[in-house]
Design a binder for this molecule. Structure first.
Ligand code: PXG
Ligand code: PLP
Length: 439
């Protein structure tokens, strides 16, 4: 980091999220500005954004249309309470999102993040069963390696041990993950083997009793754990089994939503419709915090009961449907629509896959996966030091001018949907040089 910054910035007070704080503060990595595909460091070095910030800046950085809409809205109506009061933009945005959503998911509950969307979805599932007189359906089924944010609900259904082990959890159980490199190694798109893993739901139903299970929640493509596309037929089987046993199916589309897989939502890409869908991130292009939970209309209607003066669902956030976030989201949807970004990943998928799988013979690489504009490269771990090699790759990549995401010894890429073919080449050529540098 630049010496002037180092002397003037006090790094002590910010307890940073999901960061090795002491390691970071000893050798900080800073970003100071961003435009289009590139960040700039405080020293002015350009850094190509290979991960859309954190999987959220789908239309690229510094969009003037979004900035202007936000600026205007701050002066027009900076805040309005969403409890027992409304404002036009919230309704406009919800209707617009409902038109974009998979068939039937046309009721929208606003949150401020993916974690809040997940906790909201789990509560809606319970409220729905309760409203129908099946209040004993209160357990959830998640999946190993799943990431559903960091609320107590989200970590309970999540499948990443470090996020779970310290904390008390909601009653839940888990399907097996679908990472099967021995049979699916170097798959392009959906892997061939593993649909039968969805049948584990039958085993869990036999163990717990269907009448105790509220919902199954999965990411259609697991993101955080290192881009795991669903095996061919897997989501279809899960859908059928949930329907058979009266268990709701929730797709967590916080990463896959808003164009990442080549359709507005992964549910549309795969032709499998959940009962509830959680989103966040790309809804505002990452420019302001916002999330939305999409709910099947019949499910919503089942909860709308009792005398009309009763609050049907005791849940909501101060900032649910925040007017400025709504303005950012509407401007974001305009950009997506005008530039065709919600389907652009489909057009680029095969070019991106070729470039990514071109690293198959690079040093340390043990597996590569891709779908839409998401990709992952597994590296062989150093003996006794899981994660060290990918961490070194991330540091070296930054030096060479690309931002990548790592988890364990997996490198993840999810560039903004505006990326050009030449930029894809640049990203992967740089990554090849980075891998060649590593021991
Ligand atoms: N569900 C899914 C599927 C996610 O990917 C969340 C919920 C939580 O969203 P919030 O907005 O509360 O963070 C996420 C978030 C990574 C990484 O390491 C992934 C996420 C966030 C930060 C880092 O790849 N996903
Ligand atoms: N809104 C946005 C942001 C879009 O990107 C699109 C299409 O991609 C639409 C609305 C319209 O969707 P459709 O043409 O599928 O009805």
């Amino acid at each position: 980091m630049n010496a002037i910054l180092r002397n003037t910035l006090d790094l002590d007070a910010w307890w940073m999220p999901f960061t090795a704080n002491r390691q970071f503060k000893a050798a900080p990595r800073m970003l100071a500005s961003a435009s289009g595909m590139f960040y700039r460091t405080p020293e002015g070095q350009p850094v190509m954004d290979g991960v859309s910030g954190l999987w959220c800046v789908n239309a690229g950085h510094g969009r003037p249309e979004i900035a202007e809409a936000v600026g205007r809205q701050l002066l027009e109506l900076d805040y309005a309470p969403g409890f027992q009061m409304g404002h036009p933009l919230g309704f406009t945005l919800a209707s617009r999102l409902a038109r974009l959503a998979p068939e039937g998911l046309d009721r929208v509950f606003f949150t401020n993040s993916g974690s809040e969307s997940v906790d909201t979805a789990l509560k809606i599932a319970i409220a729905y069963h309760r409203a129908r007189g099946e209040g004993q359906r209160s357990k959830f089924i998640g999946r190993e390696k799943g990431y559903h944010g960091v609320g107590f609900g989200g970590i309970s259904v999540g499948g990443l041990v470090n996020n779970r082990r310290l904390f008390p959890l909601l009653p839940s159980d888990h399907l097996s993950h679908t990472h099967l490199p021995a049979v699916n190694g170097f798959s392009r798109g959906q892997p061939e083997h593993g649909a039968d893993l969805a049948d584990e739901l039958e085993r869990l139903v036999a163990l717990h009793g269907a009448e105790t299970l509220a919902a199954v929640i999965v990411e259609p493509v697991a993101g955080s754990a290192g881009v795991l596309p669903p095996p061919v037929g897997y989501l279809e089987r899960l859908r059928a089994l949930c329907t058979r046993h009266g268990i709701l199916l929730i797709f967590d589309e916080v990463i896959t939503g808003f164009g990442r897989t080549g359709a507005p939502f992964a549910a549309q890409r795969f032709g499998v419709t959940p009962d509830i869908m959680t989103t966040a991130k790309g809804i505002t292009n990452g420019a302001l915090p916002m999330g939305a939970v999409f709910v099947n209309r019949a499910l919503h209607d089942a909860v709308m009961k009792g005398p009309p003066e009763t609050i049907e669902f005791f849940h909501g956030y101060t900032y649910s449907g925040h007017p400025v976030a709504c303005a950012a989201a509407l401007a974001t949807l305009d950009v997506y629509e005008r530039e065709g970004l919600l389907t652009r990943a489909a057009a680029l998928e095969s070019y991106f896959a070729d470039a990514l799988h071109g690293l198959r013979d690079a040093p340390h690489v043990t597996d590569i996966r891709n779908l839409g504009l998401m990709g992952a490269i597994d590296l062989r771990s150093r003996a006794g030091a899981v994660g060290a090699r990918a961490y070194a790759a991330m540091v070296e990549a930054l030096k060479q001018g690309i931002l990548i995401r790592i988890t364990g010894d997996t490198i993840a890429l999810s560039p903004p949907l505006i990326i050009s073919e030449a930029e894809i080449d640049q990203l992967l050529a740089t990554l090849r040089r980075v891998l060649a540098e590593l021991d």
